[in-house]
Design a protein around this ligand. Structure first.
Ligand SMILES: Cc1cc2nc3c(=O)[nH]c(=O)nc-3n(C[C@H](O)[C@H](O)[C@H](O)COP(=O)(O)OP(=O)(O)OC[C@H]3O[C@@H](n4cnc5c(N)ncnc54)[C@H](O)[C@@H]3O)c2cc1C
Length: 445
């Protein structure tokens, strides 16, 4: 393999040459880059965030999530994403969900083979009983006693490295039990790829109607240019559309989904072990998804994010923090309507529609019943603020990219949650991995 060229030139611009440049290292970008590096291509990853170090504590989550989690749409909806190597998988709860059937049936994008391969490779599966923990069991049996169908969820977690009673997935896993996209980036780097952190990409370089690289600036404001035969934008549902808009694809960023969610909390009368001592989102139900458009699963926000979240919902909830260790939490996550817009300056609009509110409220009523059955006083139940954590749909298949994930500009591709063409309401990481593997195969052909 040829050496990649990296030379500061007289105009201070850092210039790099590669076969493929991948902007963003979330599951979409990391996968396509890793597959291409495995096949001997010279890959350069360009990532605006830092390389995560010393994760697994409250400070780490504040350091790596965008503006310490305080990012709001024009209409006031909070949206969370991580900016670091690995993208939002650094803070995800590692729940694995297979892609929606409509991706193949309606859009002709069949990633069954790639998703099977990823599940096998990453040993996706449910956690053993001893790791699920008492709080998850308590909520699951309460739900099932009421006639719901709760079960363990599949996870990207290696049970051999996971610790019973730990719920630190969202803080970043310090034991390496949780797979993150940074693992694929590390593998690619081991095969000769280069990783540029703290470089904010602004646009694709277009010459004679073809993409020939990207332009950005590093943390010291030095211009950076990476020239490559293939340009893959994987900056996530909120990052990708701004880069595309600056690269003459003005239709990107019109309307998006973010799977809004709300935590419903209660403290059981016996003040037993709470959701903070159990791996998050390890059990739950998808039974309401098809018809009512929501899923339910136990989660509690990390200790450092809990007070602002419940306090912004209602300042009266703040003292509940004292019982943090005993709180049982159920997340209601909905399939929202497509709406809003991502703007060039990073601001965005995302209104919750009447239907979105109905779904959140319907899920909330069921979560309240389950908490009551689990021993919580119904009048004491309280809520987090509503927020989205799965931004996507902003460069959708059939509108901004074709089914091979190519834009209308030659050599310019998109590979991340922004290509998912419809609101879905389920965890998208496994789908992003499947899309990344499929795009890599397509490019190698
Ligand atoms: C708290 C939380 C829990 C979650 N739990 C789950 C779960 O259990 N299961 C699941 O499937 N999903 C989960 N998700 C969602 C999931 O993590 C995201 O949907 C997924 O990571 C999206 O992948 P992506 O490839 O689209 O981009 P991202 O993961 O968003 O990565 C994009 C990367 O691009 C970089 N970038 C952005 N702009 C630029 C730029 N201009 N220049 C250079 N780099 C740029 C960013 O820094 C980032 O690293 C969770 C999300 C959150 C926040």
């Amino acid at each position: 393999m040829e050496e990649m060229m990296m030379s500061p030139s007289f105009d201070r611009t850092i210039k790099i040459e590669a076969d493929v440049v991948v902007v963003g290292t979330g599951p979409g970008g990391a996968t396509v880059g890793r597959e291409l590096a495995k096949a001997g291509r010279r890959v350069a990853f360009v990532e605006r965030g830092r390389h995560p170090e010393r994760v697994g504590n409250s400070l780490s989550v504040l350091k790596y999530i965008d503006r310490a989690g305080l990012v709001f749409s024009k209409e006031g909806l909070n949206v969370v994403r991580a900016l670091a190597t690995g993208g939002s998988t650094l803070v995800y709860t590692a729940t694995a969900c297979r892609p929606p059937a409509w991706l193949k049936e309606k859009y002709g994008v069949d990633i069954t083979y790639e998703v099977n391969e990823a599940e096998e490779e990453l040993k996706v599966g449910t956690l053993p009983d001893e790791l699920l923990g008492p709080a998850n069991y308590r909520l699951m049996s309460s739900a099932n006693d009421l006639g719901y169908e709760w079960e363990p969820f599949k996870k990207f977690i290696d049970p051999k490295r996971c610790l019973p009673g730990c719920s630190d997935c969202i803080l970043g896993c310090k034991r390496g039990a949780k797979w993150t996209a940074a693992d694929y980036v590390a593998e690619a780097v081991g095969r000769g790829a280069i990783l540029l952190n703290r470089v904010m990409v602004r646009e694709a370089i277009i010459e004679d109607g073809r993409a020939v690289g990207i332009r950005g600036r590093d943390a010291s404001n030095t211009p950076v240019e990476v020239r490559a035969q293939r340009v893959i934008i994987s900056a996530g549902g909120m990052g990708t559309p701004a880069i595309l808009q600056r690269s003459t694809i003005s239709e990107a960023g019109q309307g998006f989904f973010c799977d809004p969610l709300r935590m419903v909390y209660g403290v059981p009368r016996d003040k037993g072990i709470g959701t903070a001592s159990a791996p998050q989102m390890s059990v739950g139900t998808y039974e309401h998804q098809a018809e009512d458009g929501f899923i339910l699963s136990p989660i509690i926000e990390p200790k450092v994010l809990f007070p602002p979240s419940v306090g912004l919902r209602n300042p009266r909830y703040l003292p509940k923090w004292i019982n943090y260790g005993s709180i049982l939490g159920i997340m209601v996550k909905i399939r929202d309507d497509m709406g809003g817009r991502i703007n060039l300056d990073g601001s965005f609009s995302k209104p919750l529609t009447h239907d979105d509110h109905l779904k959140l409220d319907k899920g909330t009523r069921i979560a309240e019943r389950i908490l009551e059955k689990a021993g919580c006083e119904v009048n004491d139940i309280f809520y987090s603020m509503d927020r989205g954590a799965h931004p996507g749909g902003t460069a959708r298949i059939g509108f901004v990219v074709d089914k091979d994930l190519k834009t209308r500009i030659d050599n310019l591709y998109v590979c991340d949650a922004s290509v998912i063409p419809e609101p879905w309401g389920l965890p998208p990481v496994l789908t992003c991995i499947g899309l990344g593997k499929r795009l890599a195969r397509h490019l190698m052909n």
